[in-house]
Design a protein around this ligand. Structure first.
Ligand SMILES: Cc1ncc(COP(=O)(O)O)c(C=O)c1O
Length: 440
């Protein structure tokens, strides 16, 4: 069956995620193909991808190894049961992921998304504590302005007001650290100086509930989705130290920061602070096929490997955990990152990216600029009484001028594929600069 590549006449059936549906359907923005750094629109324009899709296409689009791997795998083994059966590609991917990750991470549990990785890590944390005789440790600690996907565990440990407003009381037994986004750090290049002390709030939470009640702390080492909020210097190490002192597991949610975004395999390596688990997704398959993973230390994994051998050790899993086609896409993605030196490339381009971003400092509406690796954010002064409107206008204007950016609140976030060239950076930042002068 030939698919219609133009804009369909009827857009009503598809209820689009995290989208202003009515606005979109009046004036659709439709991508029909993509190659390397560009999307092609239904009306034939080439749009520069300033966001790697949704922070996920780190090797750019239509990457040949990945496309070939998927095609080959689909014709060889399309699906194998994920429970009590195996297939070689999932093991291959797990091994490669272990080899790419920092040293303590020896085991990999596959999921299908970042949200599922978060749920999985939270469940492993609670079950691990029980397995080592710490069954009273069931509380979870997240952080204000944290984003950990859209499922109930993730929105509970996350710190986004709309999730509380729309979805009720969420999980009980969850506390939140304060976020690390403080005014003194405005226009900092890279990691900010001020705010390491905010990690000490964990001591207050521990004192309030007792350490014997807390299973895990989960944070994004660098919060992406709520506007690129960087960890102040020393902050992550302090969190690590407090967790270790009190027997609390530390989980880094690296769904955005994994796979080279900051110039290393994971942010844990970039910042030199090791958590006990890492959640990832997105760049694991270059965004091409849904897949996520939880990386766990040997200590955590081995704590489950007890009891009769015919018994299931972790009562958890998904129909598509380690799906063959997703695994093949994962193997090809990791190979592409390695063979093409994309993490090193991101690290090498980061200073140019930083300079380009900060050149927007004196443009209209700009109240802060932040960057790390190949991530950048430009925060705009909100229009009084109409939050998010100004940034959304910037998004639409950039799109009309052939650049894809992303917005969250009144913050513009950019995270281009790691294959980006300096000329593309000039185009992206130049277009955004012109946009800021054009919009109200
Ligand atoms: C840190 C973090 N965790 C979890 C998620 C959720 O991932 P997904 O949309 O694949 O469920 C995201 C998505 O952006 C994320 O940034």
């Amino acid at each position: 069956m030939a698919l219609d590549r133009s804009t369909p006449n009827d857009l009503s059936a598809f209820w689009m995620p995290f989208t202003a549906n009515r606005q979109f359907k009046k004036n659709p923005r439709m991508f029909v193909s993509a190659d390397k750094m560009h999307y092609k629109t239904a009306d034939g324009r080439s749009v520069l991808d300033g966001t790697a899709g949704l922070w996920c296409c780190n090797a750019g689009h239509n990457s040949p190894r990945i496309v070939e791997a998927i095609q080959k795998q689909a014709g060889e083994l399309d699906y194998a049961p994920a429970f009590q059966m195996g297939h070689p590609v999932a093991f291959e991917l797990a091994n490669r992921l272990r080899d790419m990750a920092p040293e303590p991470f020896e085991h990999v549990f596959f999921t299908n998304s970042g949200s599922e990785s978060v749920e999985t890590a939270l469940k492993i944390a609670i079950a691990y504590q029980r397995a080592i005789g710490q069954g009273t440790r069931t509380r979870l600690v997240g952080r204000e302005r944290g984003y950990h996907g859209v499922n109930f565990g993730g929105i509970s440990v996350g710190g986004i007001v709309n999730n509380r407003k729309y979805f009720g009381t969420l999980l009980a037994g969850v506390d939140h650290l304060p976020h690390t986004h403080i005014k003194e750090n405005a226009f900092t290049r890279g990691q900010p100086e001020h705010g390491a002390h905010l990690a000490d709030e964990l001591e207050r939470i521990v004192a309030l509930h007792g350490p014997e009640t807390i299973a895990a702390v989960i944070v994004e080492p660098m919060a992406g989705s709520t506007g690129v909020l960087l960890p102040p210097k020393g902050y992550l190490q302090r969190l690590r130290d407090i967790c270790t002192k009190h027997g609390i597991l530390l989980i880094f949610d690296e769904v955005i920061t994994g796979f080279g975004r900051l110039g290393s395999s994971f942010a844990a390596e970039h910042y030199g602070v090791m958590p006990d688990m890492i959640t990832c997704a997105k760049g694991l398959t270059n965004g091409v096929i849904p897949m996520g993973a939880v990386l766990a230390t040997k200590e955590i994994h081995d704590a489950f490997m007890q009891g009769p051998e015919h018994m299931i050790e972790l009562f958890h899993g998904y129909t598509y955990s380690g799906n063959p086609i997703a695994s093949a896409a994962g193997v090809a993605s990791l190979e592409t990152y390695k063979e093409d030196g994309l993490f090193e490339r991101a690290a090498a381009l980061a200073p140019y990216w930083e300079d380009a971003l900060h050149s927007l400092k004196d443009h209209p509406h700009v109240i802060d600029i932040r960057n790390e690796g190949l991530i950048g954010a430009v925060e705009l002064e909100p229009i009084a009484g109409e939050p998010t409107k100004r940034a959304f206008s910037a998004f639409l204007d950039c799109y009309d001028h052939d650049c894809l950016i992303r917005t969250t609140g009144d913050i513009i976030a950019m995270s281009p594929p790691l294959i980006i060239e300096k000329a593309h950076i000039d185009q992206l930042i130049g277009t955004l600069g012109d946009t800021l002068k054009r919009i109200d």
